[in-house]
Design a binder for this molecule. Structure first.
Ligand SMILES: Nc1ncnc2c1ncn2[C@@H]1O[C@H](COP(=O)(O)OP(=O)(O)OP(=O)(O)O)[C@@H](O)[C@H]1O
Ligand SMILES: [Mg+2]
Length: 206
């Protein structure tokens, strides 16, 4: 019954996801498509509350397993309330992060078993999978430098650089495992070049 499209953006902190999502939204709206923008963890009132809980620097005692389940809970609400109904209504849903972020951050970053993440998320995502995922590939150190002082650090961003390097390597591995779904984009290029590359690809699937 699915007739819309589901596009996700992934990459380490500061890799340019939000920048590219805004450009893609503008491009698609100018072409007359109905576009729904969303982000994880968040996208609904309840999901945003869970996001605040996870990212609050006061909650440093959150256990990695608790964190992984909270992300999945936030995602379940997001799928039920926004993503699934929008796709079924024929809209184009663009999401800033999705399940790949759980594999990259909670799995490769924090060491939670990938099968466990898959099991918990299978329940959460209700059969929904992205049509295309853009992985913005940039050296994590360069990416973090780009966004320093931009928004102020939250709990995850205070983690050491080796955490971000593990996350980055995780994304690289997933892009090799799922080459049909995950498109790797050189995110060190200028914004407009990246945007043109993404638009060209999107034109081929719409
Ligand atoms: N291709 C680019 N070249 C140079 N700077 C860029 C590029 N794309 C984005 N930036 C800048 O890098 C910073 C981070 O970009 P952006 O917020 O889009 O990344 P993000 O992946 O959404 O980050 P976060 O993970 O924190 O949400 C911003 O200041 C943005 O203007
Ligand atoms: Mg962002």
């Amino acid at each position: 019954m699915k007739n819309g499209k589901f596009i996700t953006f992934e990459g380490t902190d500061g890799s340019g996801k939000t920048t590219q999502i805004k450009l893609l939204e503008e491009y698609l709206k100018n072409k007359g498509y109905e576009v729904v923008l969303s982000r994880e963890p968040g996208g609904t009132k309840v999901s945003e509350l869970i996001r605040d809980l996870i990212l609050d620097p006061a909650n440093t005692e959150i256990d990695p397993l608790t964190e992984m389940i909270l992300y999945a809970a936030s995602r379940a609400q997001h799928i039920a309330q926004i993503i699934k109904p929008s796709i079924e209504a024929g809209k184009i849903v663009i999401c800033d992060r999705f399940v790949d972020s759980s594999y990259a951050y909670q799995g490769f970053g924090r060491g939670i078993d990938l099968r466990l993440i898959a099991d918990v998320n299978r329940v959460a995502i209700d059969g929904i999978s992205p049509d295309i995922t853009f992985f913005l590939d940039i050296d994590p150190e360069t990416a973090i430098k780009r966004r320093i002082n931009a928004t102020g650090a939250d709990r995850i961003e205070q983690e050491k650089l080796d955490f971000h390097k593990r996350v980055y390597e995780g994304y690289k591995k997933m892009s090799l495992l799922f080459p049909d779904r995950i498109m790797t984009i050189d995110a060190e290029k200028p914004m407009d070049e990246i945007s043109s590359q993404i638009n060209e690809y999107i034109d081929t699937i719409l």
